[in-house]
Design a protein around this ligand. Sequence first.
Ligand code: SP5
Ligand code: ZN
Length: 343
Amino acid sequence: MQTVFSSIQLRHAPVHEISDGQVKAAVETPSRAEAVLAQIRDRRFGSVVPPFEFGPRALRRVHSQSYISFLETFWERWTELGRDGEAFPFVWPIRSLRQEPLPDHVDGLLGRYSMDAGTPLGEFTFAAAKASADTALTAAQLVLEQGHPAAFGLCRPPGHHAGVDFYGGYCYLNNAAIAAQWLRDYGASRVAILDLDYHHGNGTQSIFYERSDVLFLSIHADPRQEYPFFLGHADETGEQAGTGFTRNWPLPYGTGWTGYEPALEEACRWLVVYRPDYLVVSLGLDCFEEDPIGGFRLTSEDFKRLGARLARLNVPTIFLMEGGYATATLGINCLNVLQSFEE
Ligand code: SP5
Ligand code: ZN
């Protein structure tokens, strides 16, 4: 299987994040991608190719122009105030506050375009996020236009928490949504997204919530107990034309394979019924038992079982990396999922 990756993605190198009431060392680091690349080379797992540069159109099919412009111009606005480190928001336009007019001040804009204070914006964040989206698009292109049965976009930064006009959860551009929309625009009638990250993919769900042409399925930690806390419950099943085309399997803290497998089996049955032309897998690896921020207990062997089950669906599949922070084992777990798709 081919892997798509650009070294531009490494330029986004967060130093800190705010979590557990502390300024902590960032967990979404370039070393995550480097660990997966090292494993690809060690296991001789196919070639690694750079992404093509897609124009701004593919991004605009998912994200608002004002949000993209904010990301693009952010560093200039930040540094013109004499600031030089990575930025965090500290005020949000929640209930009772006005959405409009947009503030002029960058501190206001940071709050308007974010969902949490745990996601740093730095000098190269936009460039890396754009390269990450190009990586997702190129993986989709390998499958759509070159007929590969599967491809792997080694996306970083991840994407599934980012919505039409906000970033959060270490995500800035929604790689899976951008790839799924591109597949729709260039030939597919139906695309399914299966989100396996430990955290609910709130951004992806919200982007397609009222649509039937992109099915969204997600298995994740119960939002009553876990980030992102405000989306991902079982009763969220889509609205309007999208009614019935979103499905969530929130699972309790401590879930291992015996609790996970039945949810995966149900999701696979939905996929069989939906008959997508393409499957996009939001491949978070933070369900791993040793993940520093996750609370599930999947083992490295379980990731093989997971991949083998997906391969049995026999649908052209685009894998896009999302979370997963146990860096020492990240490459092994990732390739354990992908190995069943080797040609
Ligand atoms: C893509 C992705 O996986 N994003 C995850 C964002 C999670 N952000 C919240 C992190 C909170 C960490 N709390 C750790 C508690 C255990 N010490
Ligand atoms: Zn996650």
